[in-house]
Design a protein around this ligand. Structure first.
Ligand SMILES: [Zn+2]
Ligand SMILES: [Zn+2]
Length: 83
């Protein structure tokens, strides 16, 4: 059986190749890299890496206003739950 190293830079696990073109050890790695590439491409275009919306030009934030609000809300919700 052919063994290969996972191409995910943060994984590098050795795995047995079932498919000839497999690059990653698992779907988890495949999806993680896929999502990373997608968000990188969006960022290069000046779009929000999370949702692909256009970003405010004069901002140092990494995400668009919608996502900032969304994650802020989620953050506070989690905080409430912790009590
Ligand atoms: Zn992997
Ligand atoms: Zn967004």
């Amino acid at each position: 059986m052919l063994k290969k190293k996972c191409e995910a830079p943060d994984c590098n696990k050795e795995f047995t190749v079932k498919m000839p073109h497999a690059k990653y050890c698992s779907d988890k790695c495949r999806w993680r890299i896929h999502a990373r590439e997608k968000s990188q491409k969006r960022r290069e275009k000046g779009l929000c890496p999370y949702c692909g919306n256009t970003m405010e030009k004069e901002t140092s934030a990494s995400y668009c206003i919608n996502c900032q609000q969304y994650y802020k809300k989620r953050y506070y919700k989690n905080k409430e739950k912790a009590h």
